[in-house]
Design a protein around this ligand. Structure first.
Ligand SMILES: [Zn+2]
Length: 64
């Protein structure tokens, strides 16, 4: 151990459509959705960090 500067895992919400993604938060507050190099499904690349109280379960649920 000792590598404490690992990117933080968080939830990111798209600023355009509000879609939620599991994301990595970088030290410069940049959010990058995991597995989505091109950003959101809507094409937006701006994301807002969502409060940590949400779990990843929120990503798979939703009633539409
Ligand atoms: Zn979007």
């Amino acid at each position: 151990m000792g590598n404490t500067d690992a990117n933080r895992r968080t939830i990111a919400a798209c600023e355009q459509c509000g879609s939620l993604y599991a994301a990595l938060e970088f030290s410069d507050e940049t959010l990058r959705p995991i597995g989505r190099r091109d950003g959101c499904q809507c094409g937006c690349t701006e994301f807002t960090a969502v409060d940590g109280s949400l779990s990843e379960e929120a990503l798979g649920g939703g009633d539409g």
